[in-house]
Design a protein around this ligand. Structure first.
Ligand code: CA
Length: 227
């Protein structure tokens, strides 16, 4: 699943992220409500499958964040994390639109069990169209298309290009690309991303696409559309 994790404590966030990534989830992380809103709304065309929200954020109560997301039509299931485990707090969380509630401290096994349960509950959304500029990806055939022309992509090329398209308008770091495409695979070096970007560029050039992958020096990559 694609999961948006909103947690301000870096250590806790990193632990949760690792546990989720080890279960093959793709995790984006925000440290505050502002960051979460921008990620969740940028991902509107390809919604997250699950939100994991800490209640105590530096800029907003996690419940208010959830209300704002719900107001914007984001129906993604939400698991609320909180140090407040009282009945009233649980009720407030559920009233705000949370689908489940987990009190800190929790065991990671329980977190994963709840994530699985919410994943089962979530209705599978229709496959989103993956397109940017003149370029379109066909998920069934694993090809990239421009007009009538098409080129075959390997599984990794497809996953990386799809990830860049889903993050159109944002810079993707090598680490994010690694986490998203290679997941918890051990012994993968970050320059594998550079290698695959070079493969993708070659194929897009073959296609004559005006959409490409831009290098953002010292940071990572971003999709470039000449539209
Ligand atoms: Ca917190």
């Amino acid at each position: 699943m694609r999961i948006l994790l909103v947690e301000d404590e870096p250590k806790m966030a990193e632990l949760i992220r690792r546990v989720l990534v080890a279960e093959r989830h793709v995790v984006d992380r925000a440290g505050d409500a502002v960051g979460a809103l921008s990620l969740a709304t940028a991902a509107e065309s390809v919604p997250y499958d699950l939100l994991v929200l800490d209640r105590m954020l530096p800029d907003l109560d996690g419940l208010d964040l959830l209300r704002m997301l719900r107001t914007r039509g984001i129906r993604t299931p939400a698991l609320m994390l909180t140090a407040l485990g009282g009945v009233e707090d649980r009720v407030a969380g559920l009233d705000a639109g949370a689908d489940d509630y987990l009190a800190k401290p929790f065991a990671f096994a329980e977190l994963l069990a709840r994530v699985r349960a919410l994943g089962r509950r979530a209705t599978a959304p229709p496959a989103p169209r993956l397109a940017a500029g003149d370029l379109e990806l066909d998920e069934e055939r694993h090809v990239a298309r421009v007009g009538e022309g098409s080129v075959d992509l390997s599984a990794r090329e497809f996953a990386l290009l799809a990830y860049l398209i889903r993050n159109e308008g944002r810079v993707v770091t090598r680490q994010q690309a690694l986490d998203a495409v290679w997941g918890a695979e051990p012994d993968v070096y970050s320059n594998v991303v550079d290698l695959y970007v070079s493969y993708i560029r070659k194929k897009l050039a073959e296609l004559g696409s005006t959409t490409g992958v831009r290098t953002v020096r010292g940071v990572g990559y971003a999709l470039r559309t000449d539209a």
